[in-house]
Design a binder for this molecule. Structure first.
Ligand code: SAH
Length: 259
C-alpha cells in the first residue's frame, strides 16, 4: 500500500456528523453529497488522514478503511458476522496461515475475509449463487487477487456431505449446524476444530446434543459482549446503546480417528 492515496485505492470518508462513505478512487471520478462534490483527483497524492473539502465547503476526513470498517460498509447479500465476533472466531477456531478451512455458508464473505487475511486457504459451500458471487467480489475488492486465489466457493448444500478430507477447520454460519457433525467427523483430521456460529440458545442445545453423540470433545460455547464508551472531557461513561446480541460461538475438537 502506498503512503499516499492513488487511483484504485479504497478511501473511507467521514463527515462532520461521523457518517461514513466508502469510495474507490477512479480517474475522472467524483464523490457527490448534499454539499456539492469532491473530484477523486483531489485525494490522489494526499496522505492518509487528509481533510478534503467539497465544492460547497463541507469537510470530509479521508482514511484507508480497516477490514472491520470495510465489512460494515461493503455490499451485502446475507447478514454479515460483525467484526467483534470475527476477531474472536479467529482465536476460538484457531485460524492460522496455510490452514485448510471449509466454510459454509459464505454469505457476504465477511468471515471469509477475516480468515483469508490471516492466511487461511478456504473452500466455501454456499447455496445461493448471488451470495457466492458477492462474497468473491468483496474478497477481491478488499484483499486483492492473492487472497482470492486462496478462496474457492462451490454452490452446494453442506448438509448433503463434504468432499474434502484432512481439513484443519470447518467453520459454519448456517441454521442447522448439527446436520454437519457427522460429515465433519470424516472430513476433519484428528485434532481438527469444528466451529459454529448460531444466534439462538435452542440451536446451541441441539448442536451440543449432536456433539455428545460424536467423536468430538472439548465442546465450548461463548458469546462476545462489546460495549462502546462515550469519552468527552470528564464525561467518560458507557454508551447508552449497544448491540446487545449477535450470535454464540461454539467450538469442538475431533478426538482420534473414526473407524
Ligand atoms: N458468515 C457470513 C454470513 C453467512 S449467512 C458472513 O460473515 O458474511 C448464512 C449463509 O448460509 C447464507 O448465505 C445461506 O445461503 C447459506 N446456507 C444456509 N444453509 C446452507 C447449507 N445447507 N449449505 C450451504 N450454505 C448454506
Amino acid at each position: 500500500m502506498s503512503p499516499v492515496f492513488a487511483y484504485g485505492d479504497l478511501v473511507l470518508l467521514v463527515d462532520r456528523k461521523k457518517r461514513r462513505y466508502l469510495v474507490r478512487l477512479v480517474e475522472e471520478g467524483q464523490f457527490h453529497s448534499h454539499a456539492g462534490y469532491i473530484a477523486h483527483a483531489d485525494f490522489v497524492g494526499q496522505a492518509d488522514g487528509y481533510l478534503a473539502r467539497s465544492t460547497r465547503g463541507a469537510t470530509y476526513l479521508a482514511v484507508t478503511p480497516t477490514l472491520g470498517e470495510f465489512i460494515i460498509q461493503m455490499p451485502r447479500g446475507a447478514q454479515v458476522i460483525y467484526p467483534k465476533d470475527i476477531g474472536a472466531i479467529l482465536m476460538s477456531a484457531d485460524i492460522f496461515p496455510g490452514a485448510r478451512v471449509l466454510e459454509a455458508g459464505v454469505g457476504s464473505g465477511a468471515l471469509s475475509m477475516g480468515m483469508l487475511r490471516v492466511g487461511a486457504n478456504i473452500v466455501g459451500y454456499e447455496l445461493r449463487e448471488d451470495f457466492a458471487a458477492k462474497a468473491v467480489s468483496n474478497v477481491t475488492a478488499f484483499l486483492g487477487a492473492e487472497a482470492a486465489s486462496r478462496y474457492r466457493v462451490e454452490l452446494r448444500d453442506i448438509y448433503e456431505g463434504i468432499d474434502e478430507r484432512d481439513l484443519d477447520r470447518i467453520v459454519l454460519d448456517l441454521p442447522e449446524p448439527w446436520n454437519v457433525v457427522k460429515h465433519a467427523q470424516t472430513a476433519l483430521r484428528p485434532g481438527g476444530i469444528l466451529f459454529a456460529y448460531v444466534p439462538s440458545t435452542v440451536q446451541i442445545a441441539r448442536l451440543h446434543e449432536a456433539l455428545v453423540d460424536s467423536a468430538f470433545g472439548m465442546a465450548e460455547t461463548i458469546e462476545v459482549l462489546h460495549r462502546g464508551w462515550y469519552v468527552k472531557g470528564d464525561a467518560v461513561r458507557p454508551d447508552h446503546r449497544m448491540v446487545a446480541h449477535t450470535g454464540f460461538l461454539t467450538t469442538a475438537r475431533l478426538l482420534g480417528e473414526i473407524e
